[in-house]
Design a protein around this ligand. Structure first.
Ligand code: DON
Length: 309
């Protein structure tokens, strides 16, 4: 068992905290720029339901790109593997998360994977429902089941801020629309995607979702299959190959667990068969990953042999 007590985990937080000074909070979405760069918190959720945590774990943050794994699981359940992977690929890109470069060189122009923005926009486009509201509510209800917290919702201020500044994502949608991969109204999809990225929770909630993936999609407390095990396996594989963007290779070597980051500074980790991890540290490195969060995982992985490899 990793860190039996919160005091033990707190010492790891203290050792990693100085790294927050070396990074920068994301401000390309203005509402995200308000975060305190010194924050660092972590929760670990064991299959028994036991939780160990350190830092200000009540602090809420938005999922941003972490939501891409959840929406992927959701559409794989809605539409099936063949439908989804006809429209989005399975290969890492090595490019930044919002890059348009590979789309222009691929024929057909199918996004390389669901963890980069182009692929995630295609995934969000595939969420079933008659209206944006219904699609969002279906996704939120899935997240509420994963967290076992019916109060989880999205942050309206962050969603609006992203909606107003998402011109690069709009350009990705226009490109994909021109190539027949997406066929919905651009503003409608940006609205849904901005709300999806703004789903808000704390580290404890995030660690619980990590635990569901760690337990092959089963609810850690009830054993109920919230995600089919093959879908959970696909999601964890994407987390290993593309979850930390163009830092995924180094992360796999140094830490070696399925993980997904977001520009809010969240990291969801999933240690197969063992536990889920939720981290919040909004100071980011140059690739958009939580700088102190990665350091914290590196220390834990070394001391507790977390690497799968
Ligand atoms: O698409 C965007 O710009 C964001 N809402 C999500 C990006 C993100 O979190 C990238 N992560 N490192």
């Amino acid at each position: 068992m990793l860190c039996r007590t919160s005091d033990e985990l707190q010492r790891y937080v203290e050792r990693s905290k100085e790294w927050t000074k070396k990074g920068k909070v994301a401000d390309y979405i203005p509402a995200l720029g308000k975060e305190n760069p010194d924050d660092l918190s972590i929760a670990i959720h064991y299959p028994s339901g036991e939780c160990v945590s350190a830092g200000d774990i009540k602090k809420k943050f938005t999922l941003q790109s972490i939501s891409k794994v959840i929406s992927l699981a959701f559409v794989l359940m809605d539409k099936g593997k063949d439908f989804v992977f006809d429209r989005v690929g399975m290969e890492p890109t090595g490019d930044p998360f919002n890059s348009i470069a590979k789309l222009e060189t691929m024929a057909p122009a199918k996004p390389l994977n669901p963890m980069i923005n182009a692929g995630a926009l295609v995934v969000t486009h595939m969420i079933n429902g008659d209206s944006t509201e219904e699609r969002l509510q279906r996704l939120l209800s899935f997240v509420q089941d994963l967290t076992n917290d019916q109060s989880v919702t999205y942050n309206k201020e962050v969603a609006q801020s992203e909606y107003e500044t998402a011109d690069l994502n709009r350009s990705l949608i226009y490109f994909l629309k021109q190539h027949g991969i997406i066929d919905e109204d651009v503003e409608q999809l940006i609205d849904l995607y901005s709300k999806q990225c703004s789903i808000e929770m704390n580290c404890l909630n995030l660690a619980r979702i990590g635990a569901v993936f760690a337990m092959d999609g089963a609810d850690p407390q009830t054993g109920k299959q919230l995600i089919p095990s093959d879908v959970s396996r696909i999601c964890k594989t994407f987390m290993v190959t593309c979850g930390m963007y163009n830092a995924s290779g180094e992360f796999a070597i140094k830490i070696g667990i399925p993980a997904k980051s977001g520009v809010s500074g969240g990291i969801m980790g999933s240690v197969p068969g063992r536990f889920g991890i939720g981290i919040f540290g909004p100071s980011l490195d140059e690739k958009g990953n939580s700088i102190a969060g990665i350091r914290l995982l590196e220390l834990l992985s070394k001391d507790y042999q977390l690497s799968m490899f």
